[in-house]
Design a binder for this molecule. Sequence first.
Ligand code: FAD
Length: 412
Amino acid sequence: VDRTCTSAAEVVIVGGGIGGLANAVALTRAGHRVTVLEQAAQFGEVGAGLQLAPNATRILARWGLLDEVIARGVLPSRLVFRDAIDGTELTHLDLGADFRARYGAPYVVIHRSDLHQILYAACQRAGVDLRTNATVTRIDGGEHSATAVLPERSHEAAVVLAADGLWSQLRRPFSDDKAVCSGFAAYRGAVPIAELTIPREDLAMQDVVVYFGPGCHLVQYPLRGGEMFNQVAVFRSAAYSRGEADWGGPEELDGAFAQCHPKVRAALATLWRDRHWPMFDRLPIEHWVDGRVALTGDAAHPMLQYLAQGACQAIADAANLAGHAAGAEPNWEAALAGYQAERTAVTARVQRSARFWGETWHCDGLARTLRNALFRDREITDYRYVDWLYAQSPSPAPVVPRSVARDPEKEA
Ligand SMILES: Cc1cc2nc3c(=O)[nH]c(=O)nc-3n(C[C@H](O)[C@H](O)[C@H](O)COP(=O)(O)OP(=O)(O)OC[C@H]3O[C@@H](n4cnc5c(N)ncnc54)[C@H](O)[C@@H]3O)c2cc1C
């Protein structure tokens, strides 16, 4: 029995989540034959909505996928920050024409399964070899190749990418770190508008709204052209702080939001209350590349979701590596070295900033008063705090916001 497929693929990607598929799209566009190995019986995504900022949508535009993403998602008008206790608006980011011109692409919200399907269909059109029921147990590195090893067979390729997510087993040779539990739990819910019990006048159908509360927050936005409404409620678990193994249950959810505005509390009833997600991240690491093996997506840089950037950064990883490895017979060593040098620096900043941003959202007492005063004082046209993130280019040259100098679309 021939147990080794030296197959046709130059790149084997382990994991068929948004990160793995984004890499498959980018690398086939760069001229490479790609195989994706997914452990699940089917390719797919569970969960609810996903926000895509312009650092990701600029890339999706280049891949020819943005029109479909917009058609299946929503272009929100504003990103609105409110205080969860009194319900008042603190500030907002206008996501309209000026924003799109500044960053060369829009802010889009989409159901994560829709984005996954769009990437999957793009992989199929590009002839990516997409395999399910394929659990990779380890990756063996060679001098000019690497091999993804499964119980029954193995796949050798010029490069193997580990895109196996937050709980990555394939990250182990790079770091013996453990995922860090934040002690926060998330409840999600994406439901058809007709099923919502929240009064219509309390729903912002054009905006992404974030309510900041002490130790908790709520995010709301529409999905699928406004047919669905997406909500995420996140809170710090007192049971976790007490060291209890069973933490984050629905009674804790209600307790965590008890002092919030009635509009915020009304949202809790329409979440999926039978499941919740404990929130984890990891600290940045400096090495994602060893010979012909590299990490990507959450396997490389899992982050807390406060900046809504995990999938965006996975898409940026994909564009960056493919940019370094374009054309037939690329110098893979140089491509992987460039990828590691550029992407580790950027994603480390995003991982650290996400933690800090979460603390800003969840403060109480005097800190809350000061935060609210600062947010209320912000000029609506002040982009200082998002330029570094949304103007990020996946390529070495930074994208300079259009109002400052050049055309970001040409730079990206
Ligand atoms: C509550 C919440 C809200 C979020 N909101 C946003 C947002 O608004 N915007 C944003 O950009 N990001 C957001 N994120 C982050 C985003 O969801 C992730 O960063 C992104 O989905 C990571 O994709 P990935 O492909 O790297 O990993 P995953 O989605 O975890 O995919 C890993 C894949 O690898 C497979 N796999 C694992 N091990 C193996 C193996 N040994 N062999 C073969 N296959 C394997 C798994 O089955 C899975 O399909 C959010 C996250 C959370 C938790």
